[in-house]
Design a protein around this ligand. Sequence first.
Ligand SMILES: [Zn+2]
Length: 317
Amino acid sequence: MERNKSFIWSQAGLIVLLVLGSILSLGLMIPVRPTVFTNKIEKDISDKNSITTEVETQKRVEKFRLAMLSTWQKQALEKGLAYNIPKRFRGVTINQAKVPSRKKLIALTFDDGPWDNYTREILDILKEHQVKATFFVLGQALKNKPDMGRRIVSDGHVIANHTWNHRYHYHNPKTAASEIDRSSELIYKTTGVKTTLFRPPGGILNNGLVAYAKKKNYTVVMWSADSNDYKRPSVGTLVNSVVRQSTPGGIILLHDGGGNRSRTVESLVPMIQILKEQGYTFATIPELLEAEEQERKLGKSRKKKSPQPQGKSKKTS
Ligand SMILES: [Zn+2]
């Protein structure tokens, strides 16, 4: 009996110990668990906050970007840079405009940019000499230099389409559409200008690009004076060649991108000076076409038409 009693007591003692132990463990656990839990909640909230902040920042940046873009588009429209090309020139190819020799208008055109340094240097020279020009830009180049594209427009020049990739091979309607539409969309998004002027890479007229451009009512702009500046002739040769080929209503082909254009930059000042001395006034392509249109309306262009040399090189635009 005594044995049983002490057995029972020892059993009871064990139970008490177990219960106490459990209470103690629970007591220890209770303050621990909420801490872990609270930390998790805090972490979740902090993650959520940082995601929210990120989304808010993105929204603000996007709003700012759109506001800037809309300002640009507004300015472009206010400045009259959303130009209109007279109907007769839509969907056709031109090499030069038919303007009377007394007017002596001529257009400088630059292809393949915007390109680091050269485009900037050319813009500086044009500004200094108060000359307006036309820039046939590549979509992929403009994508890399959007600020330069905007400067072309804000300086009062005309920005136009020269495809996205500058490829010479045959384009089916789908790839032609991609090359031309994508570039025009980027020009619009970047500068606010809706261009309707197109120059095919290499001056190639039969690889599908021009067919698509004409279908879309672009004016296909070739040239009457090829500087051959891509061959990097001496400044003297380059200037003389351009001056020799210059005619009223003429379109001069130059490059601000696609390679080393330092000779083009160097030639620009003497070229502008000589042509000005010869009585030429520089015009953009829309201005040149508008001048022809006005002459036609006045019925004066029939009196005397200037000769129209054709663009000779097919590899340089
Ligand atoms: Zn080109």
